[in-house]
Design a protein around this ligand. Structure first.
Ligand code: PHE
Length: 385
């Protein structure tokens, strides 16, 4: 069976088809050059499925909109995607398949930095441009000149969290509880610590966990003993939800905060009422009244049963639109020319803000801070770089 998918096919059927086809190694069908093939690797199932699903839906919507208006360079886009099941070791294999078997002109992915870091060396070695929608760890784009991202990076996110802790939370003494298994978490802890300490703050405790752990009480008890003013948990929502719930069970009342890894409706399902006095930074708020944002929110809701898009959906959408814009400007999908066109992205109007790629192939964009009130995510403030 051939797993190439017409982007106009309904998402759910598409996912099923792609999953069913994962084990197949069919030869690419269709004469070369009839379509423009764009590949995506995403965590559609497994531990961080909320990330992959959301980002994928945004990307899919963008490709459908592009195809509905004639595609690119007079050709339809063929969107070929595969699920890495949130598992380490899958993304490099998928990237290889998409490049060598499916001959995609570019790769979109991933949300989690660790999985982008697995695929990036493959894309770089094959000179196939890769755009990560939302991986924020600096190392992702440092892999090489074919690797881009359309989001801000963790040195910016860490710094804004340090300022937020000092100014808004009025915290002098902070505890950090990070995931040693995630490059994102290790990095964000470091990029928070440096500016926080330089600004006169103190890190009173540093504890570690491994993503997927279920019992965090020993580390939380050690944190509690230091009486921090606030606790930074730079992790992903599945772990963060349990951590916040267990901290409150242990009687820890200090505010808890983190970065974009918190963002998923599942966080509220996991931690519920325990999330009062928690905050996180992210890339996008559907509450933004900008007409372009509201147009995207309406299109997303119409396409996905009333679902409200989150940061990953918005960045997934922007990653595909930035690529499409570069393909148009390049007038070709030839790898070197396409790379140069992506690198030249300047002021592209995305739903997560104007996207300009710098010499390090990163975007500089504002962040928003979200809090949880009565079991709902609530926009708090915007932080501009
Ligand atoms: N920035 C996170 C990472 O690099 C992923 C993420 C992005 C999570 C956006 C949620 C929202 O791993």
């Amino acid at each position: 069976m051939n797993k190439r998918l017409a982007a106009l096919a309904p998402t759910l059927a598409g996912i099923t088809l792609a999953l069913a086809a994962c084990s197949q190694s069919g030869a690419p069908g269709g004469a070369a050059g009839e379509t423009i093939r764009i590949g995506e690797f995403a965590s559609l199932t497994g531990k961080e499925a909320a990330f992959g699903q959301s980002s994928h839906k945004g990307t899919q919507l963008a490709i459908e909109e592009l195809n509905a208006t004639g595609g690119l360079l007079g050709k339809k886009i063929e969107f070929i995607y595969e699920d890495n099941r949130s598992s380490p070791g899958e993304s490099a294999t998928i990237a290889k398949k998409l490049i060598t078997r499916d001959r995609v002109v570019a790769l979109l992915g991933e949300v989690a930095s660790g999985r982008s870091l697995e695929a990036a060396p493959i894309a770089q070695a094959n000179k196939v441009p890769m755009i990560s929608p939302s991986s924020t760890n600096p190392k992702v784009t440092e892999t090489g000149d074919y690797i881009f991202r359309v989001c801000f990076t963790d040195p910016f996110q860490g710094k804004l969290l340090a300022e937020f802790a000092r100014k808004t939370l009025k915290a002098q003494k902070v505890a950090i509880f990070s995931d040693v298994a995630a490059p994102y978490s290790v990095g964000l802890a470091q990029y928070f610590r440096e500016p926080f300490v330089a600004g006169g703050g103190r890190v009173a405790a540093e504890e570690k966990y491994t993503g997927g752990d279920k019992d965090f009480k020993a580390q939380l008890t050690a944190i509690k003993a230091q009486h921090p003013d606030a606790i930074l948990v730079p992790g992903y929502y599945t772990d963060v939800g349990l951590i916040v719930a267990q901290a409150r069970q242990l009687g820890i009342t200090a505010p808890m905060f983190g970065g974009d890894g918190w963002e998923a409706p599942e966080l509220i399902q996991i931690a519920g009422g325990a999330l009062e006095e928690t905050y996180y930074s992210t890339h996008f708020s559907p509450e933004n009244s900008d007409p372009a944002v509201q147009k995207f929110v309406a299109a997303f809701k119409a396409r996905y049963n009333g679902e409200t898009p989150d940061a990953m959906a918005a960045l997934g959408y922007d990653s595909a639109m930035v690529l499409a814009d570069a393909i148009r400007r390049a007038g070709t999908t030839e790898s070197g020319k396409l790379r140069d066109a992506i690198a030249a992205t300047n002021g592209f109007a995305g739903v997560t803000g104007a996207t300009t790629l710098d010499a390090q192939r990163n975007a500089t964009k504002p962040a928003v801070i979200i809090t949880v009130k009565d079991g709902q995510f609530k926009y708090l403030e915007t932080v501009t770089p």
